[in-house]
Design a protein around this ligand. Structure first.
Ligand code: CUV
Ligand code: SF4
Length: 631
């Protein structure tokens, strides 16, 4: 049987890229693969994590001849300090993003630009935090909830509130191991302090602080980000959309929203629907305005509005190379500084909006919540005005696009498990049907596939191969971030993907009417995955570390991913990595991240750069968990 039309191949995906590369050559534009060549071979010291520049006696590089830095720090101390700094940066990124959104919630008002869309979620968070709700205005409650959320960043004592959502066993582990996170800022600052010249040189304690700092992300900043985004913009529900560069339209004004913070992209999406602007686009000869997303912003707006997804991380240059993007507007994180220069080879306007992501060559329009809607309308108008500058000779849109079903937060997953006819979503739902299917062996387990794509390996290929093979082996997949978008581009997010599934998984998908890969959102929404695993474990009556559920980041690249991998391990779930963390210059660090953390949290990394081998590792890991559970 040949694959259904809705599923593509890696070769087709690569052919699209090659076509756009030709367009780049035609305008003499440089792209990431040129820079990969220029940067190769990579610096061995950096790769192994054994270059230290934490003080100006250095930089110090560790070799056989020079096994210690000037201060005496060895390879283990240096690699561990660098690693902890990555965790701190990743935690900061997700958490600072969440903090911005909390400020928006704090200032939300019925007359303002931002309103409360999910009152239910706000009320249940208020209840969890013991904020009085009886007879109060919803916006007053929002302000109190936001204030408490903001205190999570800097409160002088206590630990992160959301850790109480973890299994009791997990909370005990964290407390006993001394890794319960205090205020988010405190953990990041402690990490920076510990890694200052002349502080901690014992790798194990740096790894422990990495776990603690990461829990402040997964069970702190990221979880706050997800909750508050749902409150402000609505908890996602299932909807159908499309993905890949074929969503760009030849005869429409194309605007790409790229980045992470929905406070910006939500407003641009809303502005693009304003009749006055779509009419204006028509006066300029376009058929309308086409908003598409890129990177995690794509996930956010697809899940809440069905906005189509242009692609993932390594497709950001490709979007501009199509020659039909009137404007790319970005907020924060994962944005190539190369983009303004590339945009100059075309008519594309490149707009930055955040004071913390300024890029030379960009048009900067600082986005403010108070003036958001007007600013978004101005931005959209600017894109419309740019339509007439498009050069027909430079247009090249790969036709590829696939249908995708998106929008599976935990609330939605429970609802499906309850039976599609039962439309209410409340706390009474349970994961029992999924647990029964796992116990019966119809499903062997579940894997969360997350993270970026990366030219260190054949981009998207690792994701694609791992997904297909896991489906064949009756493993349900949940996906976020750029991984979810590989699934989108490949056609694996639609019901036809059951073509790849083993008999058991196919039966489950048909029974509860889900695609075999569930799109759970953006990278901050990996917090949803932690709650999913926790919900399953609680309903099972075991700890998270016992269930046959693991994480996998086949092509991760960012510091956020390092922080995520750490909080997933802290939650007790093994993490399978297709890219090696930059600590290989220290045998002790390699041991600590693969085995050492098991003694602390019960989980660790399994690293294999060959996707097929990694799948074997995952399957073996899942079967071992099953055996231990006696199923
Ligand atoms: Ni935040 S972190 S490339 S966009 S998943 Fe995509 Fe997701 Fe990695 Fe960035
Ligand atoms: Fe070298 Fe030590 Fe300074 Fe690092 S902290 S640069 S190892 S002297």
């Amino acid at each position: 049987m040949k694959p259904p039309e809705n599923i593509t191949t890696i070769e087709q995906m690569e052919a699209d890229n090659a076509m756009l590369k030709q367009n780049a050559c035609a305008v003499c534009a440089e792209t990431y693969d040129d820079r990969v060549k220029a940067q190769s071979p990579h610096c061995k010291f950096g790769e192994g994590g054994i270059c230290c520049k934490n003080c100006s006696m250095g930089p110090c590089r560790i070799t056989a001849k020079a096994p210690r830095g000037i201060c005496g720090a060895d390879a283990h101390a240096i690699a561990a300090r660098n690693y902890l700094r990555s965790v701190a940066a990743g935690t900061s990124s997700h958490s600072d993003h969440a903090r911005e959104i909390l400020h928006v919630l704090r200032n939300a008002s019925p007359e303002g630009n931002y309103k409360i869309r999910d009152e239910q979620k706000l009320l249940s968070l208020a209840k969890e935090w013991e904020v009085p709700t009886e007879g109060r205005d919803i916006y007053d409650i929002a302000r109190d909830v936001a204030d408490i959320g903001l205190m999570e960043f800097g409160k002088p004592e206590g630990t992160q509130r959301f850790v109480s959502r973890a299994t009791p066993e997990r909370q005990k582990v964290w407390a006993e191991q001394g890794i319960l996170p205090r205020a988010i800022d405190r953990e990041v600052v402690t990490a920076m302090h510990m890694t200052h010249m002349g502080n901690t040189a014992d790798a194990e304690f740096l790894v422990r602080q990495g776990l603690r700092t990461s829990i402040a992300n997964g069970w702190g900043g990221s979880m706050l980000g997800t909750e508050v985004t749902d409150i402000l913009f609505g908890t996602p529900t299932v909807r159908t959309t499309e993905g890949n560069l074929g969503v760009l339209e030849k005869d429409m004004v194309n605007i790409v929203v790229h980045g992470h913070d929905p406070v910006f992209s939500e407003m641009v999406v809303t502005a693009a629907e304003v009749k006055e602007l779509t009419d204006y686009a028509k006066t300029k000869g376009a058929k309308g305005i086409n908003i598409v997303g890129l990177c995690c912003t794509a996930n956010e707006v697809a899940m809440r509005h069905g906005v189509r997804m242009a692609g993932n991380f390594l497709q950001q240059e490709n979007a501009i190379l199509t020659g039909v993007v009137e404007m790319m507007c970005v907020d924060i994180q994962c944005i190539f500084p190369a983009l303004p220069q590339l945009a100059e080879c075309f008519h594309t306007k490149f707009v930055t909006s955040s004071p913390i992501a300024r890029i030379p060559g960009a048009t900067h329009i600082e986005f403010k919540p108070e003036t958001a809607f007007q600013q978004a309308k101005d931005i959209v108008k600017m894109a419309v005005d740019n339509y007439q500058n498009r050069e027909a000779s430079k247009v090249c849109i790969p036709p590829s696009k696939k249908n995708a079903v998106v929008g599976y937060p935990t609330e939605q997953i429970i609802k499906h498990l309850d039976g599609v006819t039962n439309s209410h979503v409340d706390e009474l739902g349970s994961y029992k049907p999924a647990i029964d299917a796992i116990k019966a062996g119809v499903l062997r387990g579940a894997v969360a596939i997350v993270g970026c794509n990366n030219p260190r390996v054949r981009p998207d290929y690792s994701h694609f191969e791992i997904m297909k093979e896991l489906l064949q082996n009756d493993i349900l997949i949940v996906a976020t971030g750029c991984a979810a978008q590989v699934a989108t581009k490949a056609g694996l997010l639609n019901y036809d993907a059951k073509y790849y599934c083993g008999a058991g998984l196919r039966r489950v998908c048909e029974l509860v009417h889900i695609p075999p890969i569930l799109h759970m959102g953006a990278c901050v929404d990996i917090s949803r995955m932690m709650l999913l695993a926790t919900g399953i474990a609680k309903d099972w009556g075991v700890d998270t570390t016992q269930i046959p559920v693991v994480g996998c980041a086949p092509e991760w690249m960012s510091e956020k991913a390092v922080s995520i991998a750490n909080y997933v391990v802290s939650t007790g779930l093994d993490v399978y990595l297709g890219i090696e963390p930059q600590v290989s210059g220290s045998a002790q660090m390699m041991e600590l991240i693969t085995e050492g953390t098991r003694k602390i949290t019960g989980a660790g990394y399994i690293i294999n750069t060959d996707p097929h081998e990694l799948v074997k590792n995952i399957l073996a890991g899942i079967e071992a968990k099953r055996t231990a559970l006696g199923i």
